[in-house]
Write a protein that binds this ligand. Structure first.
Ligand SMILES: [Mg+2]
Length: 181
């Protein structure tokens, strides 16, 4: 199957759609997430009330959250400070090293972890290489200053191929498997 390494396990509209009961039902104890345009949008660096509510629910439910970002330590530290979330910066996704680091440090089985992100070429690919399930989300805003024009073009073409190959893979409001092959 072409582009399997860029094919997400799940597609949900937004990271906020991942509810604690649903994560638990899927055996997930730890959510790894991209930062830019997945958790936060550059034009709203403080985060939305929706984000704060979601973080509070995860905390109450005992689900761990770790940001895995390709951005610099300075930028990520500043971004997550008001949210009080653990992070790995400069992770060089699609390399799996950021995810591998968290798996090792927290003694996690890959089966209890998901990687959430808005880009196939970094987030989803890194998840594949690390052997964890991936969740593709819609970018919070269309114009992501952290993503290059070329990257966007490649993503678009890759999505065309993947959606054709997996017609059941669609934007959902929950973690649904696309078992159509
Ligand atoms: Mg992103």
């Amino acid at each position: 199957m072409p582009l399997e390494f860029l094919t997400p396990t799940y597609m949900v509209q937004s990271i906020y759609d991942l509810s604690v009961p649903e994560l638990k039902a899927h055996g997930i104890t730890t959510v790894l997430t991209d930062l830019d345009n997945t958790l936060l949008a550059w034009n709203n660096p403080e985060g939305t009330p929706e984000l704060r509510q979601w973080l509070a629910e995860l905390r109450q439910g005992g689900i761990e959250l770790v940001v895995i970002s390709n951005n610099t330590n300075k930028r990520v530290a500043k971004a997550v400070a008001p949210l009080q979330v653990d992070y790995v910066a400069w992770s060089l996704k699609p390399l799996p090293r950021g995810i591998d680091y968290v798996l090792k440090k927290h003694h996690l089985n890959p089966h209890e972890v998901i990687m959430v992100g808005d880009q196939l070429l970094t987030d989803v690919w890194a998840a594949h290489l690390a052997g964890v399930r991936s969740v593709l989300v819609k970018p919070l805003i269309e114009s992501d200053m952290w993503q290059s024009w070329l990257n966007r073009r490649i993503e678009k073409q890759a999505k065309k191929v993947i959606f054709k190959e997996h017609p059941n893979l669609k934007w959902e409001k929950s973690l649904r498997e696309h078992t159509n092959h």
